[in-house]
Design a protein around this ligand. Structure first.
Ligand SMILES: [Zn+2]
Length: 534
């Protein structure tokens, strides 16, 4: 049993007679194991801790945070933390006093070399980001594991392998990114705890910002860098039609944007393009209205708005507190970037019922479910059905569209042959229109087989009938009613895009689930399903 396990048991038992061994003498240590010179200066800066060459950590306080930090620093340096042993301060002093000065000096020279290494890795980091920007990717993933590290890029929502590195280099680059390049480069990068940072960078005369996040992983850690405001695609605000909203949906949203007050709420998972849609909605608001947007972070420049950046770590700079502050600034329109908590939801309600037009986003999996989520956030169904509150509910997802140059007919694709009967049964004659990704994509799409991404959305206009369902909290029957009125959900829209030959059915199913008659009927028949009937 390791000492780590000992301590855990010791703590859980809460003062049980379980005794922990405390080392007091050098005789308790492996005589061949020497102090780690690589960790020496760090240990000298911290009290009561010493690291040995074997990775063994000697400490006077086994439960202290210093031990966790020490492990983080070791991993950063490419060292493997070993066992942790409780020792006396006397033993620490003895071990620290037993330094081979020549070897230590050599190590010091090594540290100078290590600093040169840092600027080399800074350059490497820049080159990597430059590559990501010129490939117009949205996110850069560094996945460090024990034996190798993968660099993956995300473009149009899809991840692809960019390079494989030695883990040591990837570790150094990740720590350089956090320690040297970020806004608050004061804290040490510790791969053992989740960390966030923001990093400004100028690439080819273009200013951009990267949002960094890390989590520990088995055998290493992950760092993800989101590239903000870099490519043309990201800085230019597209119209709702360009995004993929249908003409009818755009008409409803335009009508809502002309209202004097009320709430327009948009749902969708992270990365479903809600921010872009919000920016696009803002460009429809008349210039004589005063607009405040509260965002985390500010991603797109909106010409006629006051954009306030949120800092979620600080209470007084949250969505809710800036929302309340903007209400005192004589606003006409308020955009609350995201409703994550009761506080922000309450601000949304107050702003809407006190005569302002409010836009906000929320995480749910359909437009009507926004109601359910808002009741979770403490807003009563009576208030939700108040005529002055909710005006329009939206939900959107992104779906990848085919490269028009190289897409092929579904009947010519071996990859789709097995599932063809199911789709044939569903799409009937329209199956002949359906196109799919080429197995050998062309130059025009950079061999990805896809052109970009399109929104599939649903927009609900809140009418009297809708308010009845809201008051009862009955979203299930509300959707049925909407469908009877000719309303289309995001699923219908995705299926339409497939039937027009614009989207590969496999890509559509990644977003809306299986497209088949089995799953689209009202009652699921288990017997027929088991018999393999579609
Ligand atoms: Zn192509």
């Amino acid at each position: 049993m390791s000492t780590d396990e000992h301590t855990t048991r010791f703590k859980r038992a809460g003062g049980s007679p379980f005794r922990m061994k405390v080392l007091t003498s050098q005789a308790d240590l492996d005589p061949k194991d020497r102090i780690s010179y690589e960790m020496l200066s760090w240990c000298q800066e911290h009290e009561g801790i010493v690291v040995m060459n074997s990775g063994l950590i000697l400490t006077t306080d086994i439960a202290s945070r210093t031990v966790q930090n020490c492990k983080g620093v070791m991993i950063n340096k490419g060292l493997r933390p070993g066992r942790v042993m409780q020792v006396t301060q006397e033993l620490i002093t003895v071990v620290l006093g037993n330094i081979d000065q020549d070897a230590f000096n050599q190590q010091q020279d090594g540290q100078v070399a290590a600093e040169i290494e840092v600027s080399k890795q800074q350059k490497r980091l820049r080159i990597l980001i430059q590559e990501a920007v010129s490939a117009e990717v949205s996110d850069l993933h560094i996945e460090v594991r024990e034996k190798m590290a993968r660099i993956r890029f995300r473009k149009h929502g899809e991840l692809y392998l960019h390079a494989e590195w030695f883990p040591k280099i990837a570790r150094e680059i990740a720590s350089v990114a956090f320690n040297k390049e970020t806004d608050y480069a004061t804290s040490h990068f510790n791969p053992l705890v989740p960390q966030n940072a923001s990093m400004p960078m100028e690439i080819d005369g273009q200013e951009l910002r990267l949002r960094l996040a890390s989590v520990p992983a088995h055998g290493g850690f992950d760092v993800v860098m989101r590239i903000l405001g870099a490519t043309q695609e990201q800085t230019k605000v597209p119209s709702l039609q360009e995004l993929g909203y249908t003409d009818d949906q755009v008409k409803l949203i335009t009508r809502a944007s002309k209202l004097p007050h009320g709430a327009i709420l948009m749902a969708g998972p992270t990365g479903s393009g809600k921010t872009t849609t919000l920016a696009s909605c803002m460009s429809m608001v008349e210039l004589d209205r005063k607009v405040y947007t509260i965002e985390d972070p500010v991603e797109k420049y909106i010409e006629n708005a006051t954009q306030i950046p949120v800092n979620t770590d600080k209470e007084d700079r949250s969505f809710a507190s800036f929302g309340r502050a903007s209400l005192r600034m004589d606003p006409d329109v308020i955009v609350l970037g995201e409703m994550r908590d009761e506080d922000t939801a309450a601000v949304m309600v107050r702003a809407a019922i006190t005569g302002h037009l409010v836009y906000s986003t929320i995480h749910t999996n359909s437009a009507t479910n926004i109601i359910t989520r808002l009741s979770d956030l403490g807003i009563s169904n009576i208030l939700l059905s108040d005529g002055s509150l909710l005006k329009c509910l939206m939900y959107q997802r992104l779906i990848v569209t085919l490269c028009p140059q190289c897409a092929v007919s579904i009947k010519d694709s071996a990859a789709h042959a097995k599932q063809l009967p199911r789709w044939q049964d569903f799409f009937k004659d329209k199956i002949n229109n359906i196109r799919v990704r080429n197995e050998k994509p062309c130059e025009a799409c950079r061999h990805l087989g896809i052109q970009g991404r399109k929104v599939v959305a649903e927009v609900v206009w809140i009418d009297d009938k809708g308010r009845e369902f809201i008051q009862k909290g009955d979203t299930y029957n509300w959707e049925k009613y909407l469908k009877s009125q000719g309303w289309r959900d995001h699923r219908d829209q995705a299926i339409y895009l497939v039937s027009e030959g614009l989207v590969d059915p496999i890509d559509a199913e990644k977003v809306i689930g299986e497209i088949s008659n089995t799953f689209s009927t009202d009652t699921f028949n288990y017997t027929r399903f088991a018999q393999g009937e579609n």
